[in-house]
Design a protein around this ligand. Structure first.
Ligand code: COA
Length: 197
């Protein structure tokens, strides 16, 4: 039975393996050394202090993960997040990213976040198509902003409004407060309908 749920410490090793090829064999990530499971667990704990970090299990194994992190640390940015998603190579093109983002964006809306952003090192047609499918619109490109694997790389930024941004936004709900809402479970499982095969 497929599941989408908040990630836990026990998922760190599987998430580190899913993420590693984006570090070592590609420029998807601008990191140069793939993080260990312990480092992944530390990142997970930091994210979960504020926003969801979800995993999707398929066929009894962890198929992918998605999370939201602060867009910037200065207080006026607190309603804005950056989102990321990684799916294991063997389980791509089965709707896992669609499923994770459907749930993640629903949960972020429940918490009161107002805008989601994605920084995509270019080219990455799969990621661009995924984000545009969700309504993210391009906002600009940082030209030659990172040097990795012997070359300079551009990073494009995409933005998705999550709520109206006129007037003062209500205070954000913490993850714990949002998880007590009666609509939390439905938002979490909303993405399951996106999984195919
Ligand atoms: C990008 C990625 C997350 C997509 O995951 P996935 O589970 O295979 O994607 P899904 O099956 O849910 O597809 C969702 C949409 O993404 C787009 N997409 C996914 N793979 C694609 C590909 N290879 N080429 C073109 N579009 C693609 C399509 O728009 C697709 O919608 P559709 O199914 O209606 O055609 C996955 O390829 C991946 O993990 N890549 C490496 C890490 C990465 O680039 N992460 C994004 C960092 S910014």
């Amino acid at each position: 039975m497929p599941t989408i749920r908040l990630a836990g410490r026990d998922d760190a090793a599987a998430m580190a393996s899913i993420y590693a090829p984006s570090v070592t064999g590609a420029v998807v990530s601008f990191e140069e050394i793939a993080p260990s499971a312990d480092v992944m667990a530390e990142r997970l704990a930091a994210v979960l202090e504020r926003a969801p970090w979800l995993v999707c299990e398929l066929d009894g194994a962890l198929a992918g993960y998605a999370y939201a992190s602060p867009h910037h640390t200065r207080p006026a940015y607190r309603w804005s997040v950056d989102v990321s998603v990684y799916v294991g190579a063997a389980r791509q093109r089965r709707g896992v990213a669609r499923a994770l983002y459907t749930s993640l964006l629903a949960l972020l809306r429940l918490q009161g976040f107002c805008a989601a952003h994605a920084g995509i090192s270019l080219p990455n047609p799969a990621s661009v198509a995924l984000h545009e499918r969700f309504g993210f619109e391009p906002v600009g490109v940082y030209r030659a902003v990172g040097f990795k694997h012997g070359a300079w790389h551009d990073v494009g930024w995409w933005q998705l409004p999550l709520r109206d941004r006129c007037g003062a936004p209500p205070p954000l709900l913490s993850l714990t407060e949002a998880a007590r809402l009666p609509t939390w479970a439905a938002a979490m499982s909303l993405g399951l309908g996106e999984l195919s095969g």
